[in-house]
Design a protein around this ligand. Structure first.
Ligand code: BGC
Length: 760
């Protein structure tokens, strides 16, 4: 519908109708205004399946929803590093929404994994904003290609569940831009989600819902977002202020209370009516976009979509460790051990919980594929070793050629609404793994969890498969990987630290009451572990394959560029093994000479390529200014410091195989203001300044360039080098106290000349 037509409809609405348009009619619908032909529009969770509630609504996954298909959760889809695949998953979800009359699916959820403890990490993509934004973009693209909207969430800085509705995330501006905003930015700019969902929490003292800076200045003015912003369910706290900040739709509703506040505020002149009109127009725009693009032929074919879920799951399962034990042979007798072989844990709890139309377990899928025995091994209702189950498992393992233990985190360990208390698996499962590994040298652990776990048995087993929470088709996908029908190709979108205490947010997570300080700043995930040179259990980007890949010919189209240019990087990748496979080629950029504190390297590109044995493909990346930049708070913009950068190609963040140095020249200078407190070192960074301070340089405190003879007694105690170093950090004003006959007016005069030079 055209903007004019929408404007016309808005002009025909009463003040009361407009106010009520800005909040839900019920849990899942927007208001209808029949006399003007405005239909009610349904939204549903999301993100990895359709949680359409046609009976009683709730936002915690308590009441029933229609039977649907549960795809792998965000933790897994990110591990695929496969944009096309996730786009296809989005297309499938979009078609399901069309068939079910759902205008917007509530996702993707892109919040950064700041700590492994966040109860909702399973829904989120990564510790890295580039990965989060790219994968979210792919999903949005897919869903919206079916004329169904998405709601990228939870905007902004909602990285824990504890007190999520009241906590205040205290974050520096640079970290906000480089890490937390960046997770949304690329996806919003490129894919234009129809809606954005604001989070519950405050950001630096202001609720996300009433945050004009982020909802309007950043989201709309800077990023060009043109859809509507909806609140997370119950996130509205000050309706009139929120509307002015840019929050269009309150969900679900306040039973008319907030609508009356809006009406009152317009009547009293507190709220300009045009603010309300703009919000209504934005909501109607999306309502009609969906209505006018209904696909009457769309069908929700659950069995077909189950196969799509399996296809996605095959690429979300990460092979973490393999000492020549995988793939298993279908001819051998294998023991499947652990409750999750029979009843897989494949999704997390809360608003994303799908009423799966069917779930396939590995045990069910392996029957007919291989000769497998089964022992339950543990129960997950409580963390207590069941000696009988344990003994049976050990017996089964002893008799087999190999044992596969299906372990992981029980439902109660990770869910929306609360955080994990620790990073451990249940003790009873750890004990089972060690006892089985003690009798069976070919032991493999398959993990079902949405976030990293500590692995005290990591050196006791030969194989580890991270199945994440891979959706309802997980059983088949795991068997495909275990028996080599599919070559694993997923990579970790997050670091698995050795222990929780290693995590950079550890000292401050989960904050003090409502105050949560993000003191680790930009050093989230591998940005921290790398800089600290810390050992980790499994690094960011890690994931094995049944084949091997070799890299060669790292080239760039230029060795130097201005920050207004782009650089093309290409690298050849060859499958040097015997099996076809997919590799995720990772490109990191490192600033080699920086005056600002930066990570050692940051991921700036990735591509997944499929290669037959012996095949070589050239992978190409384009790097622009952003790939080299940090966020300058002073400039309020991204900035590149002139100098050398390394382009690194890696199999993981800790396995860099090729590096090439390039240089980038900045076209922007950050204005520098000289004062009497400016140090001589800072002055001399500009070669033109030497002439202005030439008299000061003669003084001993500034290095005495034409001063004392080298052999004086003082020079024996202070070397020329020490002298120079001290001079570098001495402010200009010291000329007053230490030597010469300078007075303050002389020094001020020098400062003025320096500032004049800066402006010239
Ligand atoms: C969650 C959102 C969800 C909404 C509706 C909230 O509790 O944080 O992610 O979309 O409920 O169920």
């Amino acid at each position: 519908m055209t903007a004019e037509k929408i404007k016309e409809i808005v002009s025909q609405m009463t003040l009361e109708e407009k106010a009520s348009m800005c909040s839900g009619a019920d849990f899942w619908h927007t208001e209808a205004v029949e006399r003007l032909g405005i239909p009610a529009s349904m939204v549903s969770d999301g993100p990895h399946g359709l949680r359409k509630q046609d009976q009683e609504g709730d936002h915690l996954g308590v009441n029933d929803s229609i039977k649907a298909v549960c795809f792998p959760a965000g933790c897994g889809t990110a591990a695929s590093f496969n944009r096309e695949l996730i786009q296809q998953m989005g297309e499938t979800l979009g078609e399901e929404c069309q068939a079910e009359g759902v205008s917007v699916i509530l996702g993707p959820a892109v919040n950064i994994k700041r700590s492994p403890l966040c109860g909702r990490n399973f829904e989120y993509y990564s510790e890295d904003p580039f990965v989060a934004s790219e994968m979210a973009g792919a999903l949005i693209h897919g869903v919206q290609s079916k004329n169904v909207g998405t709601s990228i969430k939870h905007f902004l800085a909602n990285n824990q569940e504890t007190r999520r509705m009241t906590s205040d995330s205290k974050i520096g501006e640079r970290s906000l831009h480089e890490i937390y905003l960046a997770a949304f930015e690329g996806a919003v700019k490129r894919e234009k989600p129809w809606t954005v969902m604001c989070s519950y929490n405050k950001i630096n003292g202001t609720y996300a819902a009433e945050n004009h800076k982020y909802l309007t200045e950043v989201l709309r003015d800077e990023w060009g977002f043109d859809g509507y912003v909806m609140s997370d369910w119950g996130a509205v706290n000050s309706r009139v202020k929120d509307l002015q900040a840019g929050l269009d739709l309150e969900m679900p509703s306040s039973n008319g209370f907030n609508d009356r506040l809006i009406v009152g505020a317009v009547q009293s002149g507190e709220l300009p009516e045009k603010v309300l009109d703009a919000a209504v127009a934005r909501i109607l725009n999306i309502v009609f976009r969906f209505e006018e693009n209904r696909d009457k032929n769309a069908v929700f074919d659950r069995d077909k979509d189950h196969e799509m879920a399996r296809k996605v799951a095959q690429e979300t399962i990460v092979l973490l460790k393999n000492e020549d034990v995988l793939p298993l042979s279908e001819q051998d007798e294998i023991a499947f051990i652990g409750k999750y072989a029979e009843k897989p844990r494949y999704q997390g709890g809360g608003s994303s919980h799908i009423n799966s139309h069917k779930v396939t377990s590995a045990l069910e899928m392996v029957r007919g594929m291989a000769n497998v025995t089964y022992a339950q091994g543990f129960d997950d209702k409580e963390d207590k070793t069941d000696e009988k189950l344990l003994a049976e498992a050990v017996e089964a393992a002893k008799k087999a050629k190999a044992a596969v233990i299906f372990a992981g985190l029980p439902d109660a360990f990770e869910s929306e609404g609360f955080d994990r208390a620790h990073m451990r698996m249940p003790d009873c499962q750890n004990e089972l793994i060690s006892k089985v590994a003690a009798v069976q040298p070919n032991t493999i652990v398959v993990l079902h969890n949405g976030s990293p776990v500590e692995m005290p048995w990591v050196n006791e087993v030969k194989g580890i498969v991270e199945a994440y929470l891979s959706g309802q088709a997980v059983g088949g996908a795991v068997c495909d990987i275990l028996f080599g029908r599919v070559n694993p190709s997923a990579k970790l979108p997050e670091t698995f630290p050795l222990k929780l205490e290693d995590n950079p947010s550890y000292l401050f997570y989960i904050g003090e009451r409502d105050k949560v300080e993000y003191r680790e700043g930009i050093f989230v995930g591998y940005r921290y572990y790398d800089k600290k040179k810390m050992d980790v259990l499994f690094p960011f980007g890690h994931g094995l394959s049944y084949t091997t890949f070799a890299y060669s010919n790292l080239t760039t189209d230029k060795d130097q560029m201005k920050d207004t240019d782009c650089m093309t990087v290409s690298v050849d990748v060859t499958n040097t093994g015997k099996m076809a496979g997919k590799e995720v080629v990772q490109l990191y950029v490192a600033d080699k000479e920086s005056t600002v504190i930066r990570p050692l390297k940051e991921l700036k590109g990735f591509e997944k390529v499929e290669l037959a044995p012996g095949e070589t493909k050239t992978v190409t990346f384009t790097l622009d200014k952003r790939a080299f930049a940090y966020y300058s708070v002073k400039l309020q913009d991204w900035h590149v410091e002139t100098g050398a950068f390394d382009i690194m190609i890696g199999k993981s963040s800790r396995d860099i195989v090729l590096t090439k140095e390039v240089s980038v020249e900045s076209t922007v200078t950050i204005p520098f203001v000289y004062t009497t407190d400016t140090t001589m070192g800072d002055v001399l960074r500009d070669p033109r300044a030497r002439e202005i301070v030439k008299d000061l340089l003669k003084l001993d405190i500034f290095g005495g360039e034409q001063g004392k003879a080298e052999s004086s007694a003082a020079n024996e105690a202070i070397s020329a080098e020490m002298n120079r170093a001290m001079a570098e950090f001495t402010p200009l004003r010291c000329a007053l106290s230490f030597g010469g006959n300078m007075n303050m007016a002389d020094i001020q005069e020098i400062v003025e000349q320096l500032n004049a030079l800066e402006e010239s």
